[in-house]
Design a protein. Structure first.
Lengths: 147, 407
């Protein structure tokens, strides 16, 4: 059933217990994202030092998809180089791209190998109106990093 | 069948399956479904009587013009207006913009106030904010009370000599609340202010007699009352329309045009620049016939019965909060609700899988969402074709959502 693919347990876990929902003292990058149509909000604070995302804080409100995507993203990029973050962002957006053929390189035999928990959001593609919810955190991240 | 008879048979779309499930269409406050009588009326024009209106002395143009003006008289009678008091617009939104700009730019200035409420649709907030920016006037807002109603005194105590315009919804699209318009209109008039009613929900769902209501202007849309999209109505009291300036110039709306200037056609045509949406207006005429035959008292009673049933059944669900009056006194059939553990968008996605079509979001009322301190609500709303089975499907689907979210 498609609903079970959408609302995977890992998504609901990140929704109920969002990671990195803290405040940072001296962020070096910041961006606010919102979806005017549905009111989802994601606010990001980052500390980037020597080309590495050393810390991230996420706040905001919205549906389970927007908030779990932000939470998973924060876990996935913490400690990564900016090059790795950009690579991950491209891979995530490809996974969400309804026009892209195939699975954006995700190996069904090795779940999580490419994008970790984030692969759970694959099911969102079956619900096109919700794709923008999944992408909100990543678009906000690109804005914060000046991309 | 429901208490209005076999009306469901007139709505072909109700046969559809959604995601393999029975369609429970619960978003009529956003737009209603259309009966075959409306579709046929428009089809007939396009197939047999179509040409531009008010243009030629030839048969087809005359027939289309006759049908268009007959539709105007139907709408006029439907709200007990006088002849030539109905202007066809694009929508409620364009009707409100028309009156806002015309009154605003030809009369408002620094120190003047426009009074509305926190529960309004953006269509009754943003045009006033825009006019305020151009004129230096100020928009002020009456609050809702703890029961999510707009108390008459909450509005009237804000009316003083600075208030030139009072513009209020006759039935909230989020809360269902119905302010006492005639009492507010009396207070507005006593202070010399103009009274405008956003009747986008009121006219489709309740009997409206503009003479009893006592307002100066009333705006509503065809597509929420069984008619097609693309046409709305601005009713204005004859003397108000006479003194009001048009804001759109063009064909149809003139008496004479010279290189030095122009004079206007009589009311209502001076407000209908360009080719009007006349086929849509004719469709609205058929919708008005349909509703008149049912009787708006019965339509209102039907909505009320379903609303009472929905409030009752939603009350069974733990951790579900109805945003709006808890009983059907002075209340229309828009039932908004929120659940702390399930966001409205998640709820709407899950309900959709069960065939239940509800609106989730801010319902074009972001100031109200902030006032209620909720990010969004889900909203179920009813119309003549709605039945208890639709409400039951909603309740069952909410339980599916609760199971998925583990609440």
């Amino acid at each position: 059933m498609a609903l079970e693919e959408l609302y995977r347990e890992v998504i609901l876990d990140h929704y109920r217990n969002p990671r990195n929902r803290v405040e940072l003292d001296a962020p070096t990058a910041h961006a606010d994202g919102n979806n005017p149509l549905c009111g989802d909000e994601v606010h990001l604070d980052l500390i980037v030092a020597d080309g590495i995302v050393t810390d991230i804080a996420v706040t905001g409100q919205g549906c389970s998809i927007s908030q779990s995507s932000a939470s998973m993203m924060s876990d996935a990029i913490k400690g990564k180089t900016l090059a790795d973050v950009n690579d991950l962002t491209a891979k995530f957006k490809a996974m969400m791209d309804i026009d892209a053929n195939g699975d954006a390189g995700i190996d069904p035999d090795r779940p999580g190998a490419m994008l970790g928990d984030l692969e759970a959001l694959q099911g969102v593609r079956k619900f096109p109106v919700r794709i923008k919810c999944a992408n909100l955190a990543w678009t906000t991240l690109q804005e914060a990093l000046g991309n | 069948m429901n208490d209005l008879g076999n009306v469901r048979a007139d709505f072909p779309i109700l046969e559809r399956k959604i995601n393999g499930k029975r369609l429970a269409f619960l978003d009529s406050a956003a737009s209603s479904q259309k009966p075959v009588q409306v579709l046929d009326a428009m089809d007939r024009v396009y197939r047999t009587r179509y040409a531009n209106v008010h243009r030629g002395a030839y048969t087809l143009s005359q027939e289309a013009t006759d049908d268009y003006e007959a539709a105007r008289r139907k709408v006029t009678r439907f709200i007990n207006a006088d002849d030539d008091e109905i202007i066809f617009t694009r929508s409620t939104t364009s009707a409100l913009n028309m009156v806002a700009y015309s009154l605003g730019l030809n009369g408002l200035g620094e120190g003047d106030r426009i009074l509305t409420t926190v529960m309004e649709h953006h269509a009754n907030i943003v045009p006033w904010q825009m006019v305020a920016r151009y004129t230096g006037a100020e928009v002020i807002y009456a609050d809702i009370d703890s029961g999510h109603r707009v108390a008459t005194e909450a509005v009237t105590e804000m009316i003083d000599e600075r208030v030139k315009i009072v513009s209020i919804s006759g039935m909230s699209n989020v809360l269902g609340s119905m302010p006492a318009i005639s009492e507010i209109a009396a207070a507005a008039h006593a202070a010399g202010a103009v009274m405008i009613v956003d009747a986008a929900q009121l006219v489709p769902h309740a009997p409206v007699d503009v003479k009893a209501l006592g307002a100066d202007f009333l705006a509503f849309s065809s597509h929420k009352m069984l008619g097609p999209t693309g046409v709305g109505v601005l009713w204005g009291r004859r003397d108000r329309l006479e003194e009001m300036e048009p804001i759109e110039g063009g064909g149809e709306m003139i008496s004479d045009v010279t290189l030095d200037g122009s004079t206007w056609a009589p009311v209502p045509h001076k407000f209908e620049a360009g080719t009007p949406p006349f086929v849509e207006a004719i469709g609205l005429g058929a919708a008005v016939d349909y509703l008149s035959e049912l009787g708006m008292d019965r339509v209102f009673a039907h909505d009320r019965e379903l609303t009472a049933y929905a409030l009752d059944r939603l009350g069974e669900i733990p951790d579900l909060y109805v945003q709006g009056p808890a009983d059907v006194h002075n209340r229309g059939g828009a039932v908004s609700f929120s659940m702390p553990d399930i966001h409205a968008h998640d709820l709407a996605t899950i309900l959709d899988q069960e065939g239940v079509q509800v609106r989730a979001g801010h319902h074009c009322a972001k100031p109200l969402m902030r006032r209620l301190d909720v990010p969004a609500t889900a909203r179920a709303s009813f119309y003549i074709y709605s039945v208890r089975e639709d409400v039951d499907a909603l309740i069952d689907a909410i339980h599916v959502a609760r199971k998925i979210f583990g609440v």
